[in-house]
Ligand binder design. Sequence first.
Ligand code: KG4
Ligand code: ZN
Length: 331
Amino acid sequence: MDRKILAIETSCDDTAAAVTVGRNVISNAIYTQTEHEKYGGVVPEIASRNHILKLPYIVDEALNRADMSLKDLDAIAVTDGPGLIGALLVGVSYAKALAYSLKLPLIPVHHIEGHICSLYISHKNLAPPFLCLVVSGGHSHIVVVEDFGKYRLIARTRDDAVGEAFDKTARTLGLGYPGGPCLEQLAKDGEAIYTYPRGFKGEKHLDFTFSGLKTAVINHMHNMDQKGEQYNKADIAASFQKEAISFLADNTFEAARREGISKIGIAGGVSSNNALREEFQRRANEAGASLYLPDAEYCTDNAAMIGCAAGFAKATDNPLELNANASKTLF
Ligand code: KG4
Ligand code: ZN
């Protein structure tokens, strides 16, 4: 019998709790901190303080929506890294206290493993081996999921994550926060008429680099501004987005070819981008591969994915020793 798990996720600016049983999400509660908007990015100290204020209510909401009380639970799961240290500490401390007082097992979950496991929620029959592109604000990884809980890293970004590049380019374009969804929206009104250079051309490895793309867009706009040239920001957004997506797709499908894998998943905040979803679907059809995408609510940070990952994992032997680890590794 699958355990009833209360999962907690506070690694960045979303305060989230969920109740899961295996791959099934019984409830999924989230408070998205809008307090960071006016700073144009996440302010770690504000994120931590908000988690302290909101987490007890979000846990209550998750339990209420699941029509459960604390005594119905079999285990507590929590993201213990990677992420913002202060933000992680709030979730980890709360989860430790709950597990200790309720005498329940405590299951630590790696945030990226959580994103990968969001695919199991949306695709109940998906099983390893498959290839997964993890694209978020902090990561751009191509991973072979060899088995449940067993991962092999094939490629990663050497500098900015793709979500970070979306956010920074959006800021240059004068858009709101978070930049990714705003840039996607603007790009719908534009044409990808500009070509930006790609790094690592002709290299054998499949790593990414996005900081050059971001800088190319910034320089392009500054040049046109200085010359007094008219331009449409939507065309710039569309051109940036097209290049970012085609870089991700080229390397992911090449990795799949090299590994002989025909099941491909995408996870993480950027996987909610519809242009990316459509382009990957087009390429998957062309390559005869199966594409697995998370439902929209499980793309960006959430606690349901942490509960789902915990369902495949072991509890820690020393719950009171668990600590937040801002740079926890998975590979
Ligand atoms: O997975 P996530 O919620 O948090 C991290 O683990 O980082 O990902 C957040 C990132 C942000 O950079 C955000 O701008 C990006 O995902 N993002 C998008 C879209 N929605 C979220 N990027 C492009 N298009 C979107 N629609
Ligand atoms: Zn995330």
